[in-house]
Design a protein around this ligand. Structure first.
Ligand code: SF4
Ligand code: FES
Length: 276
């Protein structure tokens, strides 16, 4: 679900649109950056935000200037790479869509649009609008998998899953790892991302074998990567292009507390207790 452009936004039937782009330019990781203004004229209001950046980059290239570096892949809201902060909002003004699904008709003619990379200590800028979000990969590698053989699809009725659990697991599995939840959070917390990844496996029978190890490992890795804690602001859910609910964070906390207790008091072979 997504909100429609406001009535003040560009009329999509108008021939063209002109905006000023105020873009963060940074030559390399660790180098100082600055905002640079670029005029973008003659835009079709129905072009996507990324297509608009393509047009601006074509003009820069023709002038012999360095094009603006930005990340993208699928351009249809699946891969999570097109993460941009647009006018201070992760993925721009619309709700429930990624940057690649944002269209120029969502902006006013003559508007100045500020475009930045996602800002978080764990997402360092590589160049211009491109950030290194490999911290998410490392969290995922710490526990976001199952060891059960997947093989070919089993007969559906051989593994009964309650409909409510299946629906919830599918909701959580929609996370595309874009990082908007981190960029929107004043603590740069990755809790919504971790909650989505932990929940979509923890709700299904195949995910039970590693359920406790998974949540402990993924939470520990998120801390090690420098993400902050959750203070229940819920900006994460509001910015999420897949509208993943903050309720999954409550579920994550329950799983984490339970796993921590079990880990601390698990009997050891020598008769002692401790983290096992
Ligand atoms: S939870 Fe939502 S905002 Fe966060 S990484 Fe997943 S899809 Fe992106
Ligand atoms: S380019 Fe893949 S989600 Fe936007």
């Amino acid at each position: 679900m997504s909100t429609e452009p406001s009535s003040s936004a560009a009329d999509s039937s108008r021939a063209t649109l002109a905006v000023t782009l105020r873009v963060w330019r940074q030559p390399a990781r660790g180098q100082p950056g600055r905002f640079v203004d670029y005029p973008a004229r003659g835009l079709n209001p129905n072009m996507s935000f990324l297509e608009m950046l393509d047009v601006v980059n074509d003009e820069l290239t023709l002038k012999g200037e360095e094009p603006i570096a930005f990340a993208h892949d699928c351009r249809e809201g699946i891969c999570g790479t097109c993460s941009l902060q647009i006018n201070g909002k992760p993925h721009g003004p619309r709700t429930g869509v990624a940057t690649c699904q944002t269209y120029m008709r969502s902006f006013r003619d003559g508007e100045t649009i500020v475009v930045e990379p996602f800002r978080a200590r764990a997402f360092p800028v590589i160049k211009d609008l491109v950030t290194d979000r490999s911290a998410f990969d490392r969290i995922q590698q710490a526990g976001g998998f199952i060891t059960a053989r997947t093989g070919s699809a089993p007969e559906a009725n051989s593994l009964p899953v309650p409909k409510d659990d299946a629906d919830l697991a599918m909701d959580a599995a929609q996370c595309i790892g874009c990082g908007a939840c981190v960029a929107a959070c004043k603590n740069a917390s990755a809790m919504l991302f971790v909650a989505a990844k932990v929940s979509h496996l923890g709700l299904l029978p195949q995910g039970q074998a590693e359920r406790e190890r998974r949540v402990l490992a993924m939470m520990r890795t998120a801390d090690e990567e420098g993400f902050g804690g959750c203070t229940n602001q819920f900006e994460c859910s509001a910015a999420c292009p897949k509208l993943i609910s903050q309720d999954f964070i409550a579920r994550l906390n329950r799983d984490f507390i339970k796993a921590s207790f079990h880990s601390a008091f698990r009997p050891k072979p020598n008769g002692g207790v401790g983290s096992g």
